[in-house]
Design a protein around this ligand. Structure first.
Ligand code: LLP
Length: 425
């Protein structure tokens, strides 16, 4: 459920006409709905209410300060994967004691920052990382609270590029090695092993792989406890997928039940790291039709948003529903078009063979479900600006990131002294 609906024929974000935002900031832009973020958070929190749960929002999904703060205000912690995300989370008001640091290649500087800020937990994915953390903690005279991320060898059934829990994926400590690595961690002076973590992938649309992963986590807890180790906390990784194409996905309450059924009686604190399910449907990418180009083979709707703004269709073959800002009149007439961006790659395509009501030059469109992994994955390819981000709340809206245009980009570039003279005309 989201708060992007037509009112009197105009797409509104909550009570704001999207066309009013266009008048202020132009196109393209991302638009987020506070009410949708709040709703998703509350639904998940209530689905987990019977469990000793902390929701650590996966900042990578959407790291805009205003989005993080909206979630911080609701009581969320954060899951971060870089020093940049850690700084963003802290600056947005997430308390350090609710921050978990994940990721397979944390540098010495990142580990040091995490320790200096006294965050809740650092998830460790390899022996060299564990050793390095111990050394960094020693030099800072700290003890690092650690969970070992296990690789349970489970196929999440999601897109290959975002499945992370199969043996051979780069993530986590291989199942047969976990016991030994955990024992080793207990011997390191500046490491405090407190639990285990698992994350098998993103955009999961079935509960079965989650359940299999949680069962394996449980088996490992049993094994480690039998060997006398104390396990106080389990991090169960990212959240559910979202219905990009309107298909069914499990409900948060079914997910909560799956966690309770598999891990509920272990007397462990539970950390959840959802990203997409909190913010995915809370955002749209608003764009204008530059041209409609009719051909003998295909008809193209060329929009002013491109793969550099939203890379998911090019990278994962993802589909984002495309709707008009001015509600289409009820008509039998439908056209079949390809919706493409202006970037010089055939991969810059948002939809192929899409059936939609006719659109014309300068019409406004929205790509739905663009709140997660949209703006955060944007680039300036083709020297295109980073587009603005807008947050709506009720009848108000605010620009929460301004357009980062070519002047701003050029400010970071320097000519070396041997090229400082302008070429002769
Ligand atoms: N925890 C860890 C350790 C993760 O690696 C991720 C996502 C999450 C939590 C959050 O997962 P979520 O609840 O959002 O499913 N760019 C891709 C998604 C990459 C996800 C990477 N890790 C996309 O656009 O689909």
């Amino acid at each position: 459920m989201d708060h992007f609906t037509y009112q009197n024929g105009v797409l509104c974000a909550e009570d704001v006409k999207v066309s009013d935002i266009v008048l202020e900031v132009g196109t393209p832009f991302y638009c987020y709905s506070t009410a949708t973020i709040e709703r998703h958070y509350k639904v998940l929190a209530s689905a987990l209410s019977g469990l000793p749960a902390t929701i650590c929002y996966a900042v990578k999904a959407n790291s805009n300060q205003a989005v993080i703060r909206t979630l911080a205000t609701l009581g969320a912690g954060a899951d971060v994967v870089s020093d940049g995300e850690l700084i963003r989370a802290l600056q947005a008001g997430i308390p350090a004691h609710k921050i978990v640091f994940s990721g397979v290649g944390k540098t010495e500087a990142e580990l040091a920052l995490a320790l200096e800020k006294d965050i809740l937990q650092i998830n460790i994915e390899s022996v060299p990382e564990l050793e390095r953390l111990n050394a960094v903690a020693k030099s800072l005279r700290k003890t690092a609270p650690v969970a070992l991320r296990i690789n349970p060898d489970i196929d999440a059934g999601s897109h290959d590029k975002i499945s992370t829990g199969r043996r051979g994926d780069k993530f986590g400590i291989e199942w047969p090695l976990v016991h030994e690595v955990f024992s080793h961690a207990t011997e390191l002076e500046n490491i405090q092993p407190i639990g285990l973590a698992v994350h098998i992938g993103s955009q999961l649309t079935a509960l079965k792989p989650f359940k299999s992963a949680f069962r394996k986590l449980r088996d490992m807890v049993d094994l480690l406890r039998e060997a006398g180790h104390e396990i106080q906390r389990l991090d169960v990784g990212g959240g559910l997928g979202i219905p990009y194409d309107g298909s069914d996905v499990p409900s948060p309450s079914a997910y909560g039940k799956a966690v309770a059924d598999t891990l509920g009686d272990l007397e462990c604190e539970l950390l959840f790291e959802p990203g997409r399910m909190l913010v995915g449907n809370a955002g749209i990418l608003v764009t204008r039709v530059v041209y409609v180009k009719n051909g003998t083979a295909r008809d193209f709707v060329i929009i002013d948003a491109a793969m550099n703004d939203l890379i998911r269709p090019s990278l994962y073959g993802a589909r984002h529903e495309i709707i008009p800002i001015m509600e289409a009149a009820d008509s039998e007439i439908m056209t079949t078009v390809d919706v493409v961006g202006p970037v010089c790659e055939t991969g810059d395509t948002f939809a192929t063979g899409l059936r939609m009501s006719p659109v014309g030059q300068d019409d406004l469109l929205a790509l739905r479900s663009a709140g997660a992994y949209g703006a955060v994955m944007a680039s300036t390819y083709n020297s295109r600006a980073l587009v603005p981000e807008i947050l709506v709340r009720g009848s108000q809206f605010a620009v929460v990131r301004e357009r980062v245009n070519i002047d701003a980009l050029l400010r970071h570039e320097r000519l070396p002294n041997w090229l400082s003279a302008a070429p002769k005309a």
